[in-house]
Design a protein around this ligand. Structure first.
Ligand SMILES: Cc1cc2nc3c(=O)[nH]c(=O)nc-3n(C[C@H](O)[C@H](O)[C@H](O)COP(=O)(O)OP(=O)(O)OC[C@H]3O[C@@H](n4cnc5c(N)ncnc54)[C@H](O)[C@@H]3O)c2cc1C
Ligand code: FES
Length: 261
């Protein structure tokens, strides 16, 4: 269950000029969090900015009462957050999200992430690598944006890094490498997070092949707790009715064939 708590920032690392990794002490969140969940962060001590910012949980260390999250400094909110110093406390609500990653009976899965969407996929791979085969496809725009290669190597049976411009790893889009591996590896599940065009391609492929597939959506959020419908996603229905789900409450992870993106 989600709690509103003060988490202590133990370690602050700069992964890139504009990408920070925070390690936080929080027994309440670490003890219940599962892969795919996120937290809502109050980024300043004042009411400015008013809205909390959603950030995925990257790593959970239950025995140490720690969670880690990684964020890109995009605008005002994440810029404020990047100024918090080690030893200080951050006001957080979490873990959030009823829709989480669920590998069900899968034994041989593909994980696909793009850009800063790769973060929630790490804990999923970490928790399952001892029991199933995990084929990971990570795509970035260019060499300078490549992140967490060593970390994902440790939690993957196979790791393919690709860049859109071919400046690092394989040349082209991650989805094309996943598709070309499918004939020989025959994945029984696909789990994805990243930019919308990538998720649309993953959904199209998985649905056409009837592969169990979950997508983690990073819709812009307002309230973050299911009260405003600001983060709605259209659901697939078998009739003419139009139905929506809330990414913050019912997601952020959805089965690909249940949503219309
Ligand atoms: C469930 C969920 C999990 C997320 N996990 C992570 C994460 O692990 N790491 C991370 O770096 N970011 C993550 N995000 C995105 C992150 O919440 C936004 O980048 C952040 O809220 C921007 O706040 P800001 O005040 O810095 O920028 P703002 O000033 O609010 O916006 C600056 C720019 O960022 C864009 N932006 C804002 N929100 C989003 C969004 N949700 N998706 C794409 N672009 C956005 C705006 O359009 C604008 O161009 C996640 C979002 C969701 C919904
Ligand atoms: S952000 Fe308000 S319902 Fe999701």
């Amino acid at each position: 269950m989600a709690v509103n708590t003060q988490v202590k920032l133990l370690k602050k690392e700069k992964l890139k000029e504009d990408v920070m990794k925070f390690t936080c002490l929080t027994p309440e969140i670490a003890s219940t969090a599962v892969p795919g969940q996120f937290i809502e962060i109050k980024v300043s001590k004042t009411f400015e900015p008013f809205l909390r910012r959603p950030i995925s949980i990257f790593n959970i260390e239950k025995d140490k009462n720690l969670i880690e999250f990684i964020f890109q400094i995009k605008g005002r909110g994440t810029s404020f957050l990047s100024e918090v110093e080690e030893g200080e406390y951050i006001d957080v609500v979490g873990p959030l999200g009823d829709g989480v990653f669920n590998i069900k009976q899968c034994k041989n899965i593909a994980i696909i992430g793009g850009g800063i969407g790769i973060f929630p996929l790490y804990e999923l791979a970490k928790e399952n690598i001892d029991n199933i085969s995990i084929n990971t496809y990570l795509g970035f725009r260019s060499k300078q944006f490549v992140l967490l290669e060593e970390e994902f190597k440790k939690v993957s049976t196979k790791l393919i890094i690709s860049t859109d411009d071919g400046t690092y790893g394989n040349n082209g889009y991650a989805i094309d490498y996943l598709k070309s591996d499918f004939d020989k590896l025959n994945f029984d599940g696909i789990f994805a997070c990243g930019p919308l065009p990538m998720l649309q391609k993953v959904k199209e492929f998985a649905d056409s092949k009837n592969i169990y597939c979950q997508l983690s959506l990073e819709q812009r959020m307002a309230c973050g707790i299911g009260a405003c419908m600001g983060c709605s996603v259209k659901l697939n229905t078998n009739n003419d009715t139009i139905q929506y789900a809330r990414v913050c409450k019912n997601g952020p992870v959805f089965e690909s064939n249940k949503i219309d993106i």
